[in-house]
Design a protein around this ligand. Structure first.
Ligand code: PAN
Ligand code: ZN
Length: 192
């Protein structure tokens, strides 16, 4: 059965997408081992379990031909020297692409392929980034305010978090002399 067309509202300041069906919350405890400095992670978790990011989605059919729409807000902060970020993923159907539109705040999109290729794009309000098929992606908030962006991707793309959990990202974004610097991740492992 065909779906009827519908409008939604996207608040360009807060990223709030209305109506949305689902908001996913990611606290530090949901990202164990993903930040480089495990000791800093444990020290924070002894005291609190900070909210790192949340994303709101409209539930649409996970089918070829449809699109998925989501807004993400990454809260400012660091774990050790490493800035707050999303878990990052490849798509479960790896031959699917994605579009990110920056709405508020400042930060960086990190992308990599399983073959070990790497790219980064600074994303500010109004930046549109195209993530081609086969590129894993993660957003990092390098600013002092909330980092908000809107994403559009194919309905049947799905998410593969497992491979990023196993290998990590090739590069990580850390603070050096109060500035963000992209450095090689000493723990990066190429997938077998
Ligand atoms: C985004 C992400 C969202 C949260 O909508 O799903 O920013 O990041 P993680 O999925 O890595 O936790 C997207 O890339 N969808 O495909
Ligand atoms: Zn994605």
């Amino acid at each position: 059965m065909s779906m009827r067309p519908f409008p939604m509202n996207l608040n360009f300041k807060t990223g709030e997408l209305t109506p949305n069906d689902r908001t996913n919350i990611r606290n530090l405890s949901d990202m164990k081992g993903m930040f480089f400095d495990n000791e800093a992670e444990s020290r924070i978790l002894e005291k609190e379990d900070p909210l790192i990011y949340s994303f709101s989605e409209k539930v649409l059919p996970e089918e070829n031909g449809h699109l998925q729409l989501a807004t993400t807000t990454i809260h400012p902060g660091k774990v050790g020297d490493e800035y707050h970020m999303t878990k990052g993923h490849y798509h479960r159907r790896p031959d699917t692409s994605e579009m990110y539109l920056g709405l508020e705040g400042e930060g960086c999109l990190l992308m990599q392929t399983v073959e070990g290729d790497f790219e980064s794009i600074d994303i500010r309000p109004g930046t549109v980034a195209y993530i081609p098929p086969f590129w894993g992606h993660r957003m990092v908030n390098t600013g002092k305010t909330a980092y908000v962006f809107f994403a559009v991707y194919p309905g049947d793309a799905g998410h593969n978090y497992g491979d990023i959990e196993k290998t990590g990202f090739i590069k990580i974004l850390v603070e050096r002399d109060k500035k963000p610097v992209l450095i090689d991740n000493p723990r990066w492992k190429q997938r077998d």
